[in-house]
Ligand binder design. Sequence first.
Ligand SMILES: Nc1nc2c(ncn2[C@@H]2O[C@H](COP(=O)(O)OP(=O)(O)OP(=O)(O)O)[C@@H](O)[C@H]2O)c(=O)[nH]1
Ligand SMILES: [Zn+2]
Length: 202
Amino acid sequence: MSCDHDGGDAGPMAKLPVPDDVQDAIRTLIRWSGDDPQREGLLDTPARVARAWKEYCLGYGEDPAHHLARQFEEVGGYDELVLLKDIPFQSHCEHHMAPITGKAAIAYMPHQKVVGISKLARVLHGFAQRLQIQERLTAEVAKCIWDNLQPQGVAVVIEAQHGCMTGRGVKTPGVSMVTSRMMGCFLDDNRSRKEVLSLMGY
Ligand SMILES: Nc1nc2c(ncn2[C@@H]2O[C@H](COP(=O)(O)OP(=O)(O)OP(=O)(O)O)[C@@H](O)[C@H]2O)c(=O)[nH]1
Ligand SMILES: [Zn+2]
């Protein structure tokens, strides 16, 4: 029987070669942080960290718009709101490269065509798996759906915690940042905006 994986816990990055200069940079950071990169527990860490960062940043290898290429037009005249909410995601802030963890709600008002609902989450992950600030992430997801699906409206609300605020710096856990981007009918029409925010739970 042939099998793509080796049956162990190796992830998709397990065999990715890591150039020496990348490992050296991480060794330098370990030393600068106060530890000895040559001690046994840290010997393989530079390669692991490098592969982990490739995985956190998988979004650089894709154009999230391609997830929206397949569109369905047989919608039986449906032209009401479509909402995917509580989509968990992870990103990293471009200021400290610290984790951003949160959830997103993505809605659109279709115009004659819809996309497979999982594609909204794929678009989110495609932009989140990069170095980000939450404002840009929110705007990029909304614009991508707006440009590629040409709906009547798009609404994206993201609520997230920032590791750079909880684990360092101001050290204030439990704080959420909320950002939103409204386009089309959700921007122009108060009733539509209220409806979408209420269905999102805001
Ligand atoms: N607007 C915005 N700010 C962010 C985001 N992620 C992190 N930050 C903030 O970016 C700011 C960077 O500020 P700087 O003063 O340059 O960095 P710093 O001296 O490390 O600041 P402190 O975090 O306050 O210690 C910090 O206030 C972070 O909390 C984000 O997604 N959006
Ligand atoms: Zn940060």
